[in-house]
Design a protein. Structure first.
Length: 228
């Protein structure tokens, strides 16, 4: 049997098993019917438990990674630079030293600046373009250099943390209580289904009911085990 069903796959294989079992054994009566219903109820319980646990884990990880992102030095520095640029443009406008349009630099205003890397990178990109289009901005060269650096730093930060964050948001540990309970129930049900099919003379239907047994990785594992 496949030993590498991941968390996401539990939400496919579990419901598939329930639906296939209900359809394949719809004509049974008595003890066999009660056994099928017992399997379906048990599988539904662990499927729902896994779904709830995965949702809670993703939510908790998302909140913690977002908080960490907002405190990252490159993110803090980039936001501070943009706020500084906005104040600079305000001051130069008040002193009649600049007649440009600040809205081109900050379409949503200074209050629209995010504290998170990805939307902040978009704000920096807009400011870079606006600065390039308006060479009349006082201290143009200085801000051009600083914005270019901020853009590069944010891009590197997002590239470095993006995959790790996505992996973490998968949330639930493969060794969690919920995952172990799911595997125990699922594998037990598969064994019962195999035995029931054997008793009914329908062993050839196993792979049609238990779909993960037909995946390439499972077939290879089964073939290797047969040769061992």
């Amino acid at each position: 049997m496949d030993r590498s069903i991941n968390n996401q796959e539990t939400q496919k294989y579990g419901p598939d098993l329930r639906a296939n079992v209900a359809r394949a054994f719809a004509g049974l009566t008595g003890t066999e019917k009660a056994m099928v219903q017992w399997m379906i109820i048990g599988q539904r319980a662990v499927d729902e438990s896994m779904a709830d646990a995965m949702h809670a884990a993703r939510k908790g990880t998302s909140e913690s990674t977002s908080a960490a992102d907002a405190k990252a030095p490159v993110v803090v520095a980039a936001r501070r630079l943009l706020v500084g640029l906005a104040k600079h443009l305000d001051a130069k406008t008040d002193l009649d030293e600049w007649e440009g349009d600040e809205a081109l630099f900050f379409p949503e205003g200074r209050s629209g600046l995010s504290s998170y890397a990805i939307p902040l990178l978009e704000s920096v990109t807009i400011a870079v373009k606006a600065l390039k289009d308006d060479p009349s901005v006082p201290d143009h060269a200085t801000f051009a250099v600083k914005l270019k650096k901020a853009h590069g730093d944010l891009t590197a930060h997002i590239d470095a943390t993006g995959n790790a964050t996505a992996d973490a948001r998968g949330g639930l540990s493969e060794q969690s209580v919920e995952k172990k309970a799911w595997l125990r129930e699922y594998r037990g049900n598969v064994l019962v289904i195999e035995g029931l099919l054997q008793k009914l003379g329908r062993s050839n239907e196993l792979h049609a009911i238990v779909l993960h047994l037909s995946t390439p990785g499972t077939r290879k594992a089964a073939a290797a085990a047969a040769k061992a």
